[in-house]
Design a protein around this ligand. Structure first.
Ligand code: NAD
Length: 411
């Protein structure tokens, strides 16, 4: 049931099977962590997309105790829960099968209550987090001090912007228009998607005595191609992402004595529940996928998370960053040859040629897969209980070298 690129149901068994696929992939690509390894990890927004992939790499790639926080809806008697409800259960259960401690907390990460719950639980278990990943994507945030609910918007900051958009199911193209935000809307977006809450988390963990010495913390960001900048990088969301970058520098300064290192990682454009609803994104991402797949350099969330840990955070060199201090996981997407080819194709894109010049089918499949549909090995004609399916039903063993599932070595 998909409306305006939002899927309003999901398949519980498919969600568990998708987690199993990511676990197999990560176990196949395990690395020794010559530059250290995470031991106690907290992933905020760890139920879907980049956060889920990061939690899976941390737990099943490194064997780190991994706790996640997400805001998901459980199933009711008649209605399935949200995909992240099932994926959270699946990683916890996989943890007990594979002897790694994975705990999933469900609730509002923006609230003081959730911060207190994590601090208390960590103290009880004598846990000090050495890696905190901030991967929240939310349309709203209630300020814990004022109680005011702020809403983020995807708008420009000056003049209106029009961009081509495509419906991933029908292939129909249309023009999407983005209007300039009011000053209040821009400030609200920073409040929701900027770094204020990230900082509150680090302060709460530190004050609660559950932040390890020399810990690392990382928040995810996106820059993307120039033609999306009016609505993205130079728009309301971009301003919030700038705030995230300022917050990283502020955290470095404020927590210098504890040895904390704060990073922003700029990741690749991918299909997640949050990105699919941004009107111009499906057209760009479908074109990008085709170009990157043709060159054998396509990556999904779990590939990106593997590479983040292996080549950036825990390589045996200082964490590589760009001139602005950011980790770049988007370098393959942003390479000149890839961008030029994407630009050329997008300029000529129409409803007839799009299925050939872009990978709309791949986009649609990824979108369905994150909701548990079109997942290999699932019998969609069988009854599927809303309470979910045990991940034990699916294979969690790493596939043999060179068998199945694209390997990290291709990247
Ligand atoms: P997503 O929608 O898949 O995941 C969002 C997560 O946040 C989920 O786990 C959800 O439960 C959680 N969440 C939302 N509100 C919450 C709340 N109030 N309390 C607790 N948990 C809450 O999104 P994603 O695309 O993986 O985005 C994660 C980060 O990655 C964002 O900062 C995004 O900007 C960034 N990013 C995304 C892309 C992309 O193409 N998808 C690219 C680069 C960077």
């Amino acid at each position: 049931m998909v409306r305006n690129n939002i899927c309003i149901n999901c398949h519980p068994a498919g969600c568990a099977a998708e987690v199993a696929r990511q676990i197999r992939h990560v176990r196949r690509n395990r690395h020794e962590g010559r530059g250290g390894r995470p031991s106690k990890v907290l992933v905020l927004g760890g139920s879907t997309g980049y956060g889920l992939a990061s939690a899976i790499v941390s737990a099943f790639g490194y064997g780190a105790t991994t706790w996640t926080v997400a805001y998901e809806k459980p199933a009711t008697e008649t209605k399935a829960g949200t995909p992240g409800w099932y994926t959270s259960r699946a990683i916890t259960e996989a943890g007990s099968i594979l002897s790694v401690q994975v705990r999933s907390f469900n609730g509002d990460a923006f609230s003081d209550a959730m911060k207190a719950e994590i601090v208390e639980a960590a103290r009880k278990e004598g846990i000090e987090f050495d890696l905190i990943i901030y991967s929240l994507a939310s349309p709203v945030r209630t300020d814990p001090v004022t109680g005011i609910m702020h809403r983020s918007v995807i708008k420009t900051l000056d003049k209106p912007f029009r961009g081509k958009s495509v419906d991933m199911f029908s292939g129909a193209m249309s023009e999407a228009e983005f209007l300039p935000a009011t000053a209040e809307e821009a400030a609200d977006t920073i409040k929701v998607m900027g770094g204020e809450d990230w900082k509150l988390w680090i302060e709460a963990l530190s004050e609660g005595g559950v932040l390890a010495h020399d810990a690392r913390t990382i928040a995810y960001s996106y820059i993307g191609p120039r033609h999306t900048w009016p609505v993205y990088r130079d728009g309301t969301i971009g301003k919030a992402k700038n705030h995230l970058e300022q917050t990283a520098r502020e955290l470095d300064r404020s927590f210098m004595s504890t040895g904390l290192a704060a990073y922003v990682s700029v990741n690749k454009a991918l299909v997640t529940r949050s990105s699919a609803v941004i009107p111009v994104i499906p057209l760009y991402v479908a074109t990008l996928f085709k170009v990157m797949k043709e060159r054998g350099i396509h990556e999904d969330c779990v590939d990106q998370a593997v590479r983040l840990f292996r080549d950036k955070l825990y390589a045996d060199v200082p964490v590589p960053v760009d001139e602005a201090g950011r980790i770049r996981l988007d370098e393959l997407e942003m390479g000149n040859a890839v961008q030029e080819e994407v630009d050329t194709r997008m300029a000529i894109a129409n409803e007839e040629n799009f299925p050939v010049i872009a990978d709309l089918d791949g986009f649609r499949k990824d979108f369905l897969r994150i909701h548990g549909f079109e997942v290999e090995g699932i019998d969609y004609s069988a009854e599927c209980p809303v309470e979910g399916t045990s991940i034990a039903r699916f294979d969690l063993a790493a596939p043999e070298e060179g068998v199945g599932e694209g390997t990290q070595d291709q990247i």
